[in-house]
Design a protein around this ligand. Structure first.
Ligand code: URA
Ligand code: URA
Length: 325
């Protein structure tokens, strides 16, 4: 079986599984199948580029797609988003100035990889994760932390929130995702990342073969800031011990920080996210990878490509880290 056949098989499999889009690629499964000349796939209105399909095809399906004339989106041009639920035609923001609600994102900076492909040295915060070293050492399980969060009145946010959103997932996963703060849907349900951004996060994780239930997902703030306003410094200060205690108990192999706020808070820096991404930082000894917030990706699909690279990096670090470390 050559790479094209493998690609076709892969795509047909994905379609049977009900998948209609490539996560992080501005091309639907049907469009790709139609480029491969598979019947039953929706033909694309633009000029077919199958004529270029004669070059060598590697085993990598992305390579294979390129060799059949399907260009991958680059950070420079905005690829179309194939899922209408994820695209918002009313909003078209230039990458350099996008301000998305409370997610203010600088444009991606120069790549962080050196010419040799080696990753730049990341930031180091703290030394080792010592269980019991933090302020909440008496909370000895993820459930106990959740109960304490539900009863917390350390900042004003609890008064206006409908539900606490402590976080959820597999406490043994080793892969921990940290976002900013609950939004409206999360506040309603008490669950992290279940709104539009959360649905995209679920797809992003699926793209590196991680089911949402397999990882642990939480936020820096555990109660919703009114109107999704930016978290205030005193709120971060009041809430951070919960996150730190969660991480102490979870003992993750990798932390994926989503967006400017989580990244800068955890890494205790004001360096823009475009410069923090593409590196392996250390948070109390745990490898920490930074990427764009999925809410930002909803408005700026050109950040899907770097995000895809960051999430793959997180997956590689996860796979190479010793478990239980
Ligand atoms: N945005 C976040 O940062 N966290 C959530 O849980 C939902 C949206
Ligand atoms: N608003 C929400 O309630 N949830 C999201 O994930 C994003 C925006």
């Amino acid at each position: 079986m050559d790479a094209r056949d493998r690609l076709r098989e892969y795509l047909e499999q994905r379609r049977e599984l009900g998948e209609s889009e490539f996560v992080l690629d501005g091309l639907s499964v049907d469009e790709a199948l139609s480029k491969l000349g598979v019947r039953g796939a929706t033909p694309e209105p633009d000029t077919p580029r199958n004529a270029r399909a004669s070059g060598p095809v590697s085993g990598d399906w992305r390579q294979a797609l390129r060799s059949v004339g399907v260009d991958q989106p680059t950070a420079a041009k905005e690829p179309a988003v194939s899922d209408p639920a994820l695209s918002d035609p009313a909003v078209s923001l230039p990458a350099a100035t996008a301000k998305i609600g409370r997610y203010e994102m600088p444009a991606p900076s120069e790549p962080s990889e050196s010419a040799s492909g080696e990753l730049k040295q990341g930031l180091v915060v703290g030394h080792t994760m010592e269980p019991g070293a933090g302020a909440l050492a008496n909370l000895d399980s993820i459930d106990a932390i959740a109960k304490a969060i539900a009863a917390c009145t350390s900042c004003g946010l609890h008064a206006g929130a409908k539900n606490p959103v402590p976080g959820e997932g597999n406490p043994h996963a080793g892969f921990v995702v940290v976002g900013e703060a609950p939004g409206a849907t999360e506040d309603e349900t008490g669950r992290p990342f279940v709104g539009a951004a959360g649905q995209l996060l679920t797809k992003i994780l699926a793209a590196v073969n991680l089911a949402r239930e397999e990882v642990f997902i939480c936020n820096v703030l555990k109660h919703r800031p009114p109107g999704n306003r930016n978290p205030a410094p005193e709120e971060i200060k009041a809430c951070s011990p919960f996150l730190l205690r969660q991480l102490e108990l979870l003992q993750p192999r990798v932390i994926l920080a989503l967006g400017t706020f989580a990244s800068q808070t955890l890494l205790q820096t004001t360096i823009p996210i475009g410069k923090l991404r593409g590196q392996v930082h250390r948070y109390y000894g745990v490898p920490l990878i930074v990427t764009y917030h999925p809410a930002a990706l909803l408005r700026n699909p050109s950040w899907k490509r770097p995000t895809w690279e960051d999430v793959q990096l997180a997956r590689r670090v996860f796979d190479s880290a010793p478990s239980g470390a």
